[in-house]
Design a protein around this ligand. Structure first.
Ligand code: PGD
Length: 777
């Protein structure tokens, strides 16, 4: 350890961690300087977003209460999102909020509090804001209505356990990069493996090695095939073949490949017989025996835009090869998102690849950097969340439906549930005005609440819709422990700056509230920040000790700055074990095998998710008025909406706005030139963005990444649009299907036009009007 300590313990710099990379950081003459962690083979420039973050004018510096709430008390209010704020002392803010929590708790019970608080927050294990909210609501309020699943993997998290295994098991404990480098002949990447995505891992990442792994695999002879509407989804070093594919048609592509393999007897019937259940039902559908539509390449050509000959060629190329079928998170973040995921498991089964080294189904490989990596032997612990006394929940992306339709029934995973009646929502560490769709509708939804509480470091659109805005410290202003199940370093994330203004950590804010509610002991267990960090680190220390490895105590770890933990052996996980012995190690499905069709899903009776994977045309696809697909994928210049005001993110903007990419033919047909402002609109809403032309994409798509802070503005013709380029202003708020009710925010049918004349200003990086209480008249 000592050589490493000497190397990184430059007294000038502290080692810190973020979801997008470990980095070294110091303050000099009031300026923050960052440099990559020296052992990172491929550091990500996103760390530069920190350089101007700490003292940016958009920081929340004092507790603030929405003026309408202060004057009229709790209740639905259409001013939410368009009101002034009154700054108050911490004592006043916490007294008011504790009274309101008590009122809601006494009058309605904890089942009237929504504490889902979805969001990625920051990398440290202790100051993980969502865990802090949950622990507080459990210990001080008796619980809360929670949300299940994620915006990342809403559809796959529900379909995969029915048909194969837990989505996390299939992503984290299955096909690894090491095995791909060594064994894979062909890697089919549906939706791509983009560097902006594998640069990120929740909880931290110190070694970005995916690009090198892909290069090594390609150098050995592995062929990479990209199915995507855009070319920029795989590193060039892989020398990949790009098969331009219409959005939302991956299932049809896979069906056509499966059709050729089965028709030409190139499939692995022995694997299917031994390891799969429900083959006959699916086979009949595939060959057109049930609906008179053989799912042949000729059938698929008009759907996918891929020539039938090419599909025949690709299918024949797969036979007898070691193949990975990889699907990104993004292909399932769309209407019917369950289908491409289920079909990918079936395609890998038809090829007989599941459980072979460097073969099978790799869920979300490279969609974040956790996947395809080996698990480490002793990751740090996390903040215990306590017992939730409330049983009600919603699928995470149904939040606006819940607030707009209290008590209404809804379908989810074979059940009929009812939306709870929520009076108070509590959010910390997330930005629903980034992650949710149809932002006008979301505004209406939050206006139904009695009270909306947000802890934030910066004035995001979510903060601007809240009644209580409590200033939270940023990661660099507090101590924490960084680590994750796939991260070889556990990092002592030392504070390098004093809290901005009056900001407090989420933990300190909750201690203040818990004290007022008589629950301080239960919430804090009489530990301060360092006490909790020692507790969280203890899991790593005992893990190392159990392996008879050097296991420094907390004080030594803190002084050293990090400890290194070994990876667990790569055994291939449960799928390899299942392949070796399907009787002794069955899958956790009803048959214990891969469900090529599922009687359980069939019995649910959902037209949008039948009992076998199927091609289902999008219900809300392009039409005459909205002929283009908008692809709203993850941004390259920031993580989600985090630090959108940061120097690196700002350097990507044009005219201070987000950049959308379109094909030159689409631009020419509309009189749009590179650098013009365009209005992107749908039946849901509109936003502005600046055009960038790119011929390496299908002419029928326009791409606008997520993450530009929502900047509602009324334009010259009186339309409310996002002046900054947040695609969620344009994308409808629909679930993937009644099965998963997942986020379908990746795609929407839109039209595009040049936007001439004066542009509405971008104001989202300036704080809202705030007045001290004694100046409010
Ligand atoms: P972030 O921008 O990471 O987005 O949605 P998510 O809500 O996670 O928001 C985190 C917020 O937490 C930031 O505002 C940050 O300032 C704040 N924060 C950070 N640290 C702290 C802290 O310690 N305390 C407090 N109180 N606050 C903190 C991401 C979600 O968006 C995800 S995961 C996905 S995959 C989805 N992707 C798409 C998509 O592909 N397409 C569309 N259209 N929409 C999507 N939305 C989803």
């Amino acid at each position: 350890m000592s050589d490493a300590r000497d190397k990184y313990q430059d007294p000038q710099y502290a080692l810190h961690s973020s979801h997008w990379g470990s980095f070294l950081v110091r303050q000099e003459a009031g300026k923050l300087q960052v440099k990559p962690y020296p052992d990172d083979p491929n550091p990500y420039r996103l760390i530069e977003n920190f350089t101007n973050a700490l003292d940016h004018p958009v920081r929340v510096d004092k507790p603030a209460v929405r003026r309408g709430w202060l004057e009229h008390g709790p209740g639905p209010d259409s001013r939410r999102g368009n009101d002034e704020y009154v700054t108050v002392s911490w004592d006043r803010a916490l007294d008011l909020l504790a009274d309101e929590l008590q009122r809601v708790g006494k009058q309605y019970g904890p089942g009237a509090i929504f504490g889902g608080s979805y969001g990625w927050s920051s990398a440290g294990r202790f100051h993980h804001a969502q865990s802090q909210v949950h622990r507080f609501l459990n210990t001080a309020m008796g619980g809360y209505v929670k949300s299940v699943n994620t915006y990342s993997a809403g559809a796959s998290a529900v379909i995969l356990p029915h048909v194969m295994a837990d989505a996390d098991d299939l992503a984290r404990r299955n096909v690894t990069w090491d095995r791909i480098v060594e064994h894979t002949d062909i890697l089919l990447a549906f939706g791509g493996i983009a560097s902006k995505n594998y640069a990120v891992a929740s909880g931290g990442i110190s070694h970005h090695f995916e690009r090198d792994a892909m290069r090594a695999a390609a150098d050995r002879g592995c062929k990479f095939v990209l199915f995507s509407p855009q070319r920029a989804e795989l590193p060039e070093e892989t020398r990949f073949e790009w098969i331009p594919t219409r959005p939302a048609t991956d299932t049809a592509v896979m069906l056509a490949l499966a059709y050729v393999l089965v028709k030409e007897s190139l499939h692995d019937q022995a694997f299917i017989d031994r390891y799969c259940d429900g083959w006959d039902v699916f086979r009949a559908y595939l060959l057109g025996e049930t609906d008179d539509i053989p799912k042949s390449p000729v059938w698929a050509e008009s759907i996918t835009g891929i020539a039938a000959n090419k599909l025949y060629e690709l299918a024949r190329m797969l036979a007898g090869k070691r193949v990975v079928v990889a699907t990104s998170h993004s292909v399932q973040r769309a209407e019917h998102g369950e289908q491409p995921i289920w079909m990918a498991t079936v395609l890998a089964a038809i090829l007989g690849q599941h459980g072979l080294p460097g073969g099978g189904f790799a869920y979300a490989l490279g969609s974040i950097a956790h996947y395809g990596r080996q698990l480490v032997a002793a990751p740090p612990g996390s903040l215990p969340q306590g017992e939730n006394g409330v049983r009600d929940y919603i699928p995470v992306a149904r939040v606006a439906d819940m607030l707009l339709h209290p008590g209404a029934p809804f379908d989810y995973n074979g059940q009929k549930l009812r939306y709870p009646r929520i009076k108070l929502a509590y959010w910390a560490g997330g930005n629903p005005f980034h992650h949710h769709q149809d932002l006008k509708r979301l505004t209406l939804a939050f206006q139904q609440l009695d009270t909306f509480v947000v802890h934030e470091s910066v004035w995001t659109a979510t903060a601007r819709h809240a009644d209580f805005v409590l200033p939270a410290t940023m990661t660099l202003e507090r101590n924490d422990v960084g680590g994750s199940p796939t991260e070889p370093l556990v990092i002592a994330m030392r504070a390098v700056a004093r809290p901005w203004g009056q900001a407090r950590s989420d933990y300190d804010i909750f201690c203040g509230l818990a004290e007022r509610l008589g629950a301080l002991d239960a919430f804090s267990e009489n530990r301060d920040e360092m006490g909790w960090l020692a507790e969280i680190y203890e899991k790593t220390r005992t893990g190392l000790e159990d392996m008879r490895l050097p296991a420094p105590d907390f004080a030594t770890f803190w002084e050293q700055g990090f400890v290194r933990i070994p990876a667990r052996p790569d055994t291939g996980g449960m799928i390899a074990a299942f392949r070796n012995d399907p009787i002794a190690r069955p899958l956790p499905t009803p048959s214990g095998r891969i469900q090529v069709s599922s009687p359980v899903v069939h019995r649910f009776g959902y037209a949008d998710c039948p009992g076998h994977p199927a091609w289902l045309p999008p219900g809300r696809g392009p039409d005459q008025d909205h002929p283009l697909w908008l692809i709203a994928n993850q941004p390259a210049d920031k993580l989600h909406s985090q630090l959108d005001f940061g120097a690196y993110s700002q350097s990507y903007k044009r005219k201070g706005r987000a950049v959308c990419t379109l094909h030159p033919d689409v631009a020419e047909a509309r009189g749009i030139k590179e650098g013009d402002c365009v209005r992107i609109f749908s039946t849901t809403g509109a936003c502005l963005a600046i055009a960038k032309l790119n011929a390496d994409m299908l002419p029928e798509v326009v791409q606008l990444p997520t993450g530009a802070w929502y900047n509602p503005a009324v334009d010259k013709r009186g339309e409310l649009l996002c002046a900054h380029g947040n695609p969620n202003a344009v994308i409808p708020d629909i679930g993937t299907s009644p099965l998963a009710q997942g986020c379908a925010g990746q795609l929407a049918a839109v039209q595009l036009e040049r936007y001439d004349g004066e542009l509405p200003p971008v104001t989202c990086f300036m704080p809202p009007v705030q007045r001290p209480a004694d100046q409010v008249v």
